[in-house]
Design a protein. Structure first.
Length: 262
């Protein structure tokens, strides 16, 4: 990193795999940080090569799941504060200034984290409804005061002691490159979701397969005002319903075949 500070105040940590098409925008948005740590899990494209042009702290680690992978990346940071972003996210200028301003003052001991607002772009359109608008995520924590918890899919960062406050500015998020990419991720995540549900004691019921998918669509498209997002809202609602359908269909498959491959 291009920092002349004798001590590292802010570290940024990112986990990656085959994200070459996104890495430059992501890394450019955090290049002002004192340290960038990238933990890659076997990329076969130029992800690692690109990352090494921005930082010398690039590590190759076997994939262990989101929670363990992010905790390991966090442990590799050396800053007083650590910011996590994903390769499909970009730190806005306003958010950058908010972070710099917050870390340049004497932060009270009781404040051990900062919550960041995330704005989602889907297929070239900013989404303002459908349950996707302005997600609030804890992403910045004081050294030794942050820990990732959760299951294989729904990982989250928590503050271990103290409290978190909200920062101004947004984190831009583009989770899917295309509809095809969205479908691939749904396939992968629904397998993990079914396996996690089965291991936690969940069992297949026909009503779940029949009722839960349309309920998901109704929630996203009607209750969460997805219809105001136009065609994008329709697609998001259908994709949400499809994920739920696949998860319960794969749960049925697991029960019938006696394995957790989904």
């Amino acid at each position: 990193m291009a920092s002349s500070k004798s001590t590292i105040c802010l570290s940024v940590y990112i986990i990656t795999k085959n994200e070459a098409d996104r890495m430059i925008r992501c890394l450019e948005s955090v290049f002002w940080a004192d340290e960038i740590v990238v933990v890659d899990s076997g990329s076969t494209d130029d992800t690692v090569k690109i990352a090494k042009t921005y930082t010398d702290k690039v590590f190759n680690r076997k994939w262990k799941g989101f929670v363990k992978q992010k905790n390991e990346a966090l442990e590799l940071t050396s800053g007083d504060w650590a910011l996590n972003i994903d390769s499909d996210e970009i730190v806005s200028e306003e958010l950058r200034h908010s972070i710099e301003e917050a870390l340049n003052i004497d932060i009270p001991d009781g404040i051990n984290g900062f919550i960041i607002t995330r704005k989602v772009n889907y297929l070239g359109k900013w989404i303002y409804h459908s349950g996707w608008y302005l997600e609030h995520k804890l992403r910045l924590t004081r050294k030794g005061k942050g820990k990732w918890i959760g299951d294989e899919v729904h990982e989250r960062l928590e503050v271990t002691g103290g409290r978190a406050e909200k920062l101004e500015g947004v984190l831009y998020h583009t989770p899917y490159r295309s509809i095809s990419d969205h479908l691939k991720i749904i396939d992968r995540y629904s397998t993990i979701g079914a396996r996690t549900l089965y291991k936690s004691g969940g069992r297949f019921r026909l009503l779940d397969l029949l009722i839960r998918p349309p309920l998901r669509f109704f929630k996203m498209f009607v209750l969460k005002l997805g219809f105001l997002d136009g065609v994008h809202g329709i697609i998001l609602g259908i994709m949400g319903a499809y994920y739920v359908f696949l998860k319960y269909a794969k749960l049925w498959k697991i029960e019938n075949e006696g394995n957790c491959d989904g």
